[in-house]
Design a protein around this ligand. Structure first.
Ligand SMILES: [Zn+2]
Length: 197
């Protein structure tokens, strides 16, 4: 994979866990102890712009693109086709959580760095340098950060652990949190928890 990104501000697992936990506790505490799913659509439609200043939208995107967040335009968009497809509900939820993460974690970070560049460069250049993904440490990789945050948003550690302890299988967890089984497994690995099939 030869993707290129602007490295993000460093974030540890612990940082990302606590940022998303604070968000869940503030907006939907029932996710932690009442077996509710985090309502990504409601948060995206109602709260994200108030919290971050980033406008949200559903757009016709080219095939294979399900969402994007534009730091300059201050827009966070999800594929309209994805949103309208009831058979992709779980993927829609994880995609929305991923773009929410970019809006929360990266928009103000990149805008601030560009403003600083504009103020120090006489010619007003403000482009942030792109690096190949392989050159960026994981903790500064914006895509890794966004997926880690999205996992914690949809499957908060405490709720995930107690669900596993209560005997929920991979399939139960997938239904409980409203995400695909592969995302449950990623979350289990990052929390170092074993999940039974
Ligand atoms: Zn992304």
């Amino acid at each position: 994979m030869n993707r290129r990104f602007v490295p993000a501000k460093p974030r540890s697992n612990k940082d990302l866990e606590s940022l998303s936990l604070n968000l869940v506790k503030h907006y939907q505490p029932g996710v932690i102890n009442q077996k509710q799913r985090f309502d990504t659509e409601e948060f995206f439609d109602v709260d994200l712009e108030k919290l971050t200043g980033v406008a949200t939208d559903y757009q016709h995107l080219e095939s294979g693109i399900y969402g994007y967040t534009d730091t300059d335009e201050m827009v966070c968009a999800i594929s309209k086709e994805l949103a309208d497809d009831p058979s992709s509900e779980y993927f829609f939820r994880s995609t929305t959580a991923h773009e929410i993460a970019h809006a929360v974690l990266h928009v103000s970070d990149y805008r601030l760095r560009r403003a600083i560049l504009r103020s120090v460069n006489k010619k007003g250049h403000d482009s942030l340098r792109l690096f190949h993904e392989s050159e960026i440490p994981l903790y500064r990789n914006p895509e890794w950060q966004a997926w880690r945050f999205a996992g914690a948003l949809l499957m908060p550690a405490q709720a995930f652990l107690s669900a596993v302890k209560s005997g929920e299988s991979l399939r139960d967890l997938s239904q409980h949190f409203g995400v695909n089984a592969s995302f449950v497994m990623t979350r289990a690995r990052s929390l170092k928890i074993n999940v039974k099939n």
